[in-house]
Write a protein that binds this ligand. Structure first.
Ligand SMILES: [Zn+2]
Length: 161
């Protein structure tokens, strides 16, 4: 899973160096990008997460889908329910999204979905599994717990090909 090179002081997943950040850093970075350039900032975040996920998964042997699901949880992003996902798309649920829960706690309820990293991660899985070339236009977060965590039980992502 995660390798740590103690001499170089770097963490590696799927032959790719990774950096760990807390919810405060992640949310501030996300909000700063969106405040600065708006909708284009969302596209950039989704596509960046998608590309890095694909790159990571391209170096994984074995069950790519299970690795991606396990990796998502182990890195603290939440539980990824991909049970209805197939090569034609589907719905992915994230009941405890790092981004949604943290956003609500830090900034209060949001008006629009905020889990852009999750959207990109999901696209990266699909592209890697099925040899697709999807991008941000193929996914929409239709429900986000950051909007109302008492009423919304899970972030939901609809993937259309
Ligand atoms: Zn969400």
């Amino acid at each position: 899973m995660v390798e740590f090179d103690i001499e170089k002081n770097i963490a590696i997943i799927g032959k790719q160096m990774v950096v760990f950040h807390c919810n405060h850093y992640n949310l501030t970075l996300q909000r700063t990008i969106i405040d600065a350039i708006g909708e284009k900032g969302i596209t950039i975040q989704i596509n960046a997460a998608m590309r890095s996920t694909q790159q990571m998964l391209s170096n994984i042997d074995g069950d790519i889908k299970q690795f991606a699901i396990d990796n998502f949880s182990k890195l603290g992003f939440g539980v990824l329910d991909c049970s209805s996902l197939n090569e034609d798309g589907g719905i992915v649920k994230v009941p405890f999204s790092h981004y949604a829960i943290a956003w609500f706690e830090k900034f209060g309820p949001c008006k629009e979905a905020v889990c852009h990293f999750n959207a990109g991660y999901i696209l990266g899985i699909i592209n890697s599994l099925y040899g697709k070339n999807l991008n941000h236009t193929n996914i929409k977060e239709t429900a986000c717990r950051a909007m109302d965590p008492e009423r919304i039980e899970s972030c939901e992502f609809e993937v259309k090909l």
